[in-house]
Design a protein around this ligand. Structure first.
Ligand SMILES: [Zn+2]
Length: 299
């Protein structure tokens, strides 16, 4: 878990209100806010400052005058928690002062973030502005930022069949024939099973399938003491099995051996259901069972 960011909170306040002219750059920012748009300004080096400034703090050069719409969503880069908000704070519930890097901006904006729960607050969180009903051209037109919806909880009962897309369908069609299909990355030459069209490591394309044997070596395993409908008995063993020729292990059940005898380096082979019972699903492989070959030294 990352440690809490080290942040000092400072308050600069003009309690009676302080009227000043905004100047063209900040004025444009506030005018756009009134329209519920957040803009930055492009620097002579091509970066985007949000909020916009008249001079690039990095170089001291005047900015270009080109305004760029950013966000409205962004990512929290650091934050500090305010458990007891004061009257002057933008919200009256516990919140975080956060630095938010809006999408498309090269600098971060300070604003309040109200997460669903204090424990949910974290660096890297994706947030969106919650706008005031009637924007007036002030930074408080954004009431606060709130986390993007990443999950919903609702009472659901659905009956469905999972339709395997693209590469998984190819793999399962192989399983139906009793063949494990992987693929070799064109760029880094790593072999993956199940088959996928892009390398998870380097992003290189995997144009063709490659048949892998149904034998392999246990790299790690876990003994499970809770029943599982797929397992033949309790305790049962789930393991990472590195198929011969593959560079990444796949997870599967191990049976045909007492759980306490399973070990790293043990050689195993897939136990398939009879041909007449085969479907395009992983249920075709009951589990992996020891081959009786000598153990393999794992590097
Ligand atoms: Zn690769």
């Amino acid at each position: 878990m990352p440690s809490d960011p080290l942040v000092a909170q400072h308050v600069l306040e003009f309690p009676g209100g302080y009227t000043r002219s905004t100047g063209p750059v900040v004025g444009r920012f506030l005018t756009e806010l009134r329209e519920r748009r957040i803009v930055g300004v492009r620097t002579s080096e091509g970066g985007v400052l949000v909020p916009p400034l008249e001079y690039d703090p990095a170089t001291g050069e005047p900015v270009t005058g080109e305004y760029v719409e950013v966000g409205p969503a962004g990512t929290v880069t650091t934050w500090t928690w305010v458990e007891e908000p004061l009257d002057i704070h933008p919200v009256d519930v516990p919140f975080a002062w956060a630095l938010i890097a809006l999408d498309g901006a090269d600098t971060a904006l300070v604003h309040a973030v109200v997460p669903e729960h204090p424990k949910a607050m974290r660096t890297g969180m994706r947030v969106r502005p919650v706008w005031r009903e009637q924007p007036t051209g002030h930074i408080t037109d954004i009431r606060h930022f709130a986390p993007e919806v990443t999950k919903i909880v609702s009472p659901v009962r659905a009956e469905y069949r999972l339709r395997a897309g693209g590469s998984l369908a190819v793999f399962l069609a192989g399983v139906e024939r009793g063949v494990l299909l992987g693929g070799r990355c064109e760029r880094c030459a790593k072999v993956y099973v199940p088959y996928r069209t892009f390398c998870p490591e380097c992003g290189g394309p995997i144009p063709d399938t490659l048949e892998l044997p149904d034998t392999g070596t246990i790299t790690t395993f876990a003994i499970n003491n809770l029943p599982d409908p797929r397992a033949p008995e309790v305790p049962f063993v789930s393991a990472y099995i590195l198929l011969d020729g593959a560079d990444l292990p796949m997870i599967a059940l191990v049976a045909g051996v007492p759980a306490h005898e399973v070990r790293q380096g043990m050689r195993v082979r897939a136990v398939w259901v009879p041909e007449s019972e085969r479907t395009a699903s992983m249920a075709n492989i009951r589990w992996f069972a020891p081959t009786g070959e000598p153990d393999v030294e794992l590097s």
